[in-house]
Design a protein around this ligand. Structure first.
Ligand code: CTP
Ligand code: MG
Length: 231
């Protein structure tokens, strides 16, 4: 199933505390952003990449694209103050496609089998998002006191990619903008329209590079993959 992907890359990486956009930090000698781009560059079902960027970082990113031979870029729209705005700036420039994926540029370890399953389910059902089962016991805490233990069976930790029929996501984003609703992911915007969202079980390796220790996990994942592919 073919698709185009939107990669929001216009954040500041405040929680990483690197004093620059965290996507430019190296993992195994390559910027995080490049690792993410390479997954989609290599996936033959991906027919276009849309990257939301900051104006002042566009030239630097264009250099990276040339340097690392990324050829599938269809647009580099200017991102917004919130991630949702950055995604929307891409959706507004895109022509209608069957399926669109939204994926955090800060999640470099997504794999093609998960992408394939997401696009298949999104095409069939309209909306599918990646997630993993919660591993720890989960409790609701209020004012420092346990209020309730939640049944873990029904709890999932949500990641990206989030995949949609293009028209459904475009409508959800337009509606959210009109009423001034800000969601933490794309699925929330589609949920508001009353549409069911399917979950696709992903991997715990699909971590988002958010804080310094994530870089250590990232290096470990890359080392493990290198060792596996060398065997
Ligand atoms: N993002 C974006 N536009 C924004 C905010 C975030 O395109 N206004 C992107 C980030 O570049 C990242 C993805 O959305 O690829 C996920 O966001 P997050 O992990 O929160 O990254 P940052 O916002 O950069 O980090 P922080 O929240 O720590 O500042
Ligand atoms: Mg953020």
């Amino acid at each position: 199933m073919q698709y185009e992907v939107v990669l929001p890359a216009a954040g500041s990486g405040k929680r990483m505390g690197a004093g620059q956009n965290k996507l430019f930090l190296p993992l195994a000698n390559q910027p995080i952003l490049v690792h993410t781009l390479q997954v989609f560059e290599q996936d033959e079902n991906c027919t276009g990449i849309w990257l939301a960027v900051k104006d002042e970082e566009r030239a630097y990113i264009q250099n990276l694209l040339t340097q690392y031979g990324i050829t599938k870029i269809k647009g580099l729209p200017t991102g917004g103050a919130e991630r949702q705005h950055s995604v929307h700036s891409c959706i507004k420039e895109m022509e209608s496609v069957e399926v669109v994926l939204v994926h955090d540029a800060a999640r470099p370890f997504i794999t093609i089998p998960v992408i394939e399953e997401l696009t298949r389910v999104a095409y069939r059902e309209g909306a599918a998002i990646a997630g993993v089962r919660a591993k720890d016991t989960m409790k609701i805490v209020e004012g420092g006191i346990i209020k309730e233990t939640v049944d873990r069976e029904s709890l999932w930790m949500i990641q990206t990619p989030q995949a949609f029929r293009f028209d459904l996501l475009a409508e959800a984003e337009d509606v959210a903008e009109k009423v001034g609703f800000l969601g933490t992911d794309e699925a929330m915007l589609v949920e508001r329209l009353g549409h069911s969202i399917h979950i696709v079980e992903s991997s715990y390796e699909n971590v988002k590079m958010t804080t310094q220790e994530d870089l250590l996990f990232g290096e470990a994942i890359l080392n493990k993959r290198k060792a596996t592919s060398a065997n």
